[in-house]
Design a protein around this ligand. Structure first.
Ligand SMILES: [Zn+2]
Length: 575
């Protein structure tokens, strides 16, 4: 049975209307299997040593009574998650950005005092919930504004501190760790100077490279401009923006990126930058590993999810396939939090996690970024089944009142249109594993140099999904041997780096693998029209989803099929 998780409790106590018996009955009826609470350190230990779970136990009792499960999201890292008394200790070390040398209120993942507090937090949780049968799974909130396995970004429950997408490694412990990492990588300062084309006289003197890119602060400033002035400001901003070639590419326009490509090819001269981005993402993966390992120690039999977010830009710190691989090592999984109302982009953003999860033997669930429209629950169901996910998390099957982040209001305790759609379509969750023979190359190295490539790649992937179901395959996975499972590898953006990745691809083509930049070489007999009807093949069936709000008549092979708007249809595989 799929895990269908509904958000229930953010900060503080549960909304009183969400504790009424009839509301849990609505959950049961719709097909929801569990409810999620943000369970953060500050809420259970307001004074040092005085542990109080009353904010959560009231809900847990109700869940047991109604035979529903619970998904607590254990958070220690973001500003609201650490108790006030801890924030006053010397052991509180905030992440500091390189751009402005300013601190956020989110813990630095290099804070050397933090691991013991995390261990203690998870131990307290495990002791309190000795009867773990109520847990459907646990989620780990290790960093980010919301607990994700990423660095600080914009947004959050309380945005009363310095926070933006950026390079959050400005604290002294981060700098020390970078030096340690580099010393381990290079045997001598001479070797380092050759690789970096620098002339440092000792390892002690090395530092971060000049930042090649950072998040434009203009987007932040825009928020503070009064509404009535915004149209004019936007017009001027767009004028300036359109004059910049690189910025225009960010909009997804097909620009001539040849100069960029040349620069990327010269990787040998850019080793310092590559080492820096590698260390930056490896640090987050290591921090995730510490949490997973500790959580596994205290929750030996529970399902454990790391919560990954963003789009895979190294500046955010989440190397999706590396995090999936490390989760698998501890029999854990990934909650990927980047779904929208648009299927093609939801598919694209989550596909690397889906592909890595299949390959490394992990598992995953999906989560919407903000709050999706209730009728799009249909799309989430299709996505779960066709991506091989274990389930999905949403905020809109039962209304939970005013949403903290989007300020949208769904009346508390009332089932939405999403509840109706879910209950009517639960039977689809019994399909077997999807069959995917084509993969699109995810060029980590090129992206590390120029993250705009990521925007262009995603745009192409979203479009391609309309006629082809495919996986995303990154350089980590190719090095680990994942290509063997595929017939086709499409390189749509970026370069294949020389060395191991290139060698693996060459060997695979010798054995019959097809490498191309043209998706048209792959014949699609189940869907060949750009009509926002999406198809996935299973061993004996084909599943279609019509993302339009109107009926579509579609030619498949020699026959026509009709699919109602926003609905799923199953056809036999042999048409
Ligand atoms: Zn800053």
């Amino acid at each position: 049975m799929a895990e269908i998780i509904q958000q229930w409790q953010y900060l503080g106590r549960v909304h009183p209307e969400l504790l009424e018996d009839k509301v849990f009955e609505h959950c049961q009826k719709s097909g929801i299997t569990s409810l999620q609470s943000y369970l953060y350190w500050a809420e259970i230990e307001k004074e040092p040593g005085k542990i109080d779970f009353s904010s959560y136990d009231i809900l847990v009792e109700k869940l047991k009574k109604h035979n529903l499960k619970w998904v607590p999201f254990f958070i220690l890292g973001p500003n609201y998650a650490t108790p006030k008394w801890f924030q006053e200790l010397d052991e509180c070390v905030y992440a500091k950005c390189l751009e402005h040398k300013k601190e956020s209120k989110i813990q630095s993942i290099w804070n050397p005092f933090l691991p013991k507090w995390v261990d203690r937090f998870l131990k307290i949780l495990s002791e309190h919930y000795q009867d773990k049968s109520v847990l459907e799974s646990i989620c780990l909130g290790i960093s980010g504004n919301w607990g994700e396995s990423i660095y600080p970004v914009e947004g959050g429950f309380y945005k009363n501190f310095h926070s933006h997408q950026g390079w959050w490694c400005g604290d002294k412990y981060a700098v020390q760790d970078f030096k340690k990492y580099i010393i381990k990588k290079y045997n001598s300062i001479g070797e380092l100077n050759t690789a970096w084309k620098t002339d440092f006289s000792s390892f002690e003197l090395i530092n971060f490279p000049n930042l090649r890119y950072f998040y434009p602060l203009s987007r932040e400033i825009y928020k503070f401009i009064p509404f009535f002035l915004r149209p004019g400001v936007k017009f001027i901003y767009n004028l300036v923006k359109n004059n910049s070639k690189t910025r225009a590419a960010a909009k997804g326009e097909e620009e001539d990126l040849s100069s960029l490509a040349k620069e990327i090819k010269d990787i040998t001269g850019q080793q310092q930058w590559l080492d820096f981005t590698e260390w930056y993402t490896v640090s987050m993966t290591n921090w995730a590993e510490f949490w997973l390992k500790t959580a596994r120690k205290y929750f030996p039999d529970s399902e454990i999810y790391l919560v990954a977010g963003g789009n895979g830009n190294p500046m955010l710190g989440a190397d999706f396939s590396a995090q999936t691989k490390i989760a698998a090592k501890y029999k854990g999984g990934i909650r990927i939090t980047n779904q929208t109302d648009d299927y093609s982009y939801s598919f694209t953003f989550a596909r690397l996690i889906s592909s890595a999860s299949k390959f490394y033997g992990s598992y995953f669930t999906t989560e919407e970024v903000w709050i999706n429209k209730p009728e799009r629950v249909m799309m989430r169901i299709f996505d779960v089944i066709t991506s091989g996910a274990k389930g999905f998390y949403c905020k809109n099957i039962i209304g939970t009142g005013r949403d903290y982040c989007t300020k949208k209001n769904f009346s508390a305790g009332e089932p939405t249109k999403g509840a109706e759609i879910l209950s009517k379509n639960l039977h689809y969750f019994q399909l077997s594993k999807p069959i995917v023979k084509a993969a699109v190359f995810f060029p980590n190295t090129s992206i590390a140099f120029e993250p705009l490539i990521l925007d262009l790649l995603y745009k192409q992937c979203a479009k391609l999904r309309d006629v082809l179901d495919f996986d995303l395959l990154d350089e980590n996975m190719i090095r680990d041997g994942a290509l063997e499972k595929y017939q086709y590898l499409l390189v749509l953006k970026g370069e294949i780096p020389e060395g191991e990745v290139s060698e693996k691809i060459k060997n695979w083509t010798k054995k019959g693998g097809v490498l191309s930049s043209d998706p048209k070489i792959i014949a699609s007999d189940i869907d060949n029209e750009y009509d926002r009807v999406y198809a996935t093949r299973f061993a004996d069936k084909i599943m279609y989803y019509n993302a339009n709000d109107f009926e579509v008549r579609k030619k498949v092979g020699s026959k026509f099929i009709k699919i109602e708007g926003n609905s799923i249809k199953i056809e036999q595989n042999k048409l």
